[in-house]
Design a protein around this ligand. Sequence first.
Ligand code: CO
Ligand code: CO
Length: 319
Amino acid sequence: MRDLPQTNDPNLLVGSATADDAGIYLLNSQTALVQTLDFFTPICDDPYLFGQIAASNSLSDVYAMGGRPITAMAIAGMPDTILSTEQIQAIFRGGADMVKQAGCSLVGGHTIKNPEPIYGLSVTGVVHPDRYTANAHAKIGDVLILTKPLGTGIISTALKQDKCSPELNDLAIKSMITLNTPGADLAELNLVNACTDVTGFGLLGHLKEICASSNITAKLNCEQIPAISQEVHHFIADDIVPGGTKKNLATVLPHVKTNEVSHATQLLLADAQTSGGLLLSVPQNNVAKVLEILKSHQTLCAVEIGNMVSKQDTFIVLC
Ligand code: CO
Ligand code: CO
């Protein structure tokens, strides 16, 4: 979309220029619309879970802007040969249940025939126009907080190679179907400067987008950054790492000062996540309150992983 002309509508508060999670459009002094769309091909065998994961991932981009999802529409492409009607219905049911859990209304959708199944949602949310958490709003001194541990990409690759235990797979699925609801609550309380969700580009890739938009550098405390399980580190050591994760790392490396941090840790930090957690850039004075709210939401983790400093040679410094 880079080559498309930018719109100059003054009500468009966040457009496509800053690699944000969703667009934001001002309706009136109290309300702005948050709009996003996401879909993908199945990442697990269970159709109901696939629907849940895809919907949770789509809803997440509204939460990542500090918005509250209000309506959703399903977008789907389904083969009429590989999948049974029951399986297709299960995908839609999984998505619908997630939308309901988010307190959001499913208002319709559109399906076409497609050789490969695809499913996702277009989600509309609302946010106060002074309180959305855009990539460009991070400030020097902010503390970085992560709400889900990393490793879903590596775990799905291990699963495909029959090396992942059912218990570990359950952990990854639980993570992927956990809604990022705290994003909306924290923004309403004006506790966060910037926020994104960690998805396809991995922690480093999405953090780099915040840093570039805010013209700032992030220092990451790599020892603090959690993996879903110790097993994830073993998979990396055995080179059970998705191609996309390696590509993520190669793409972001020119923007990262790696210091003494191992290649294995770098791969974890670049791992492509499906429906990953929130990455919050929080003013120092709000950190205690934010951690308390994340605990009350029982987020899968609530860890301080680094902080924002003035712009250096690279956007990210690993420590
Ligand atoms: Co996103
Ligand atoms: Co997205």
